[in-house]
Design a protein around this ligand. Structure first.
Ligand code: HEC
Length: 102
């Protein structure tokens, strides 16, 4: 199939619901309480995190590593919302952030 505007349209239609599902997940998990706009408790916004995490986009395995780190991290003074994530949810959310979040 030639890569024309219909390919783009198909791609956008295919990817939009996935991105929407992830931002809904962030909302459901209470992430927006701190990472929303305006951010609370000295948390970076997801847009800021996305800028930082973009450097991992071409690093295979980074998503898994970052998701584990997020769930395990007590360095930040125990953030329950991070630590109570399931491995699946953490991975979905980290991938969402790596690919630009909001
Ligand atoms: C109680 C407030 C709070 C909530 C709720 C919260 N976070 Fe955070 N989060 C923080 C703070 C504060 C930091 C920054 C810690 C630092 O860099 O010192 C952070 C950092 C992060 C980071 C960066 C970690 C890194 O690699 O440096 C990610 C990713 C993240 N949060 C994702 C989430 C997700 C996903 C949720 C929802 C499940 C969530 N956070 C809920 C406060 C919160």
């Amino acid at each position: 199939m030639p890569f024309n505007r219909w390919t783009w349209l198909a791609l956008c239609l295919a990817l939009a619901p996935a991105a929407h599902a992830s931002s809904q997940l962030a909302l459901d998990k209470g992430c927006m309480g701190c990472h929303g706009n305006p951010p609370q408790k000295k948390a970076p916004t997801f847009a800021q995190l996305a800028v930082d995490y973009a450097r991992h986009a071409n690093d295979p395995g980074a998503d898994v590593r970052l998701a584990e780190q997020l769930r395990a991290r007590h360095v930040f003074g125990s953030i329950r919302a991070h630590e109570t994530l399931t491995p699946d949810s953490a991975l979905t959310l980290v991938r969402w952030i790596i690919h630009g979040a909001p």
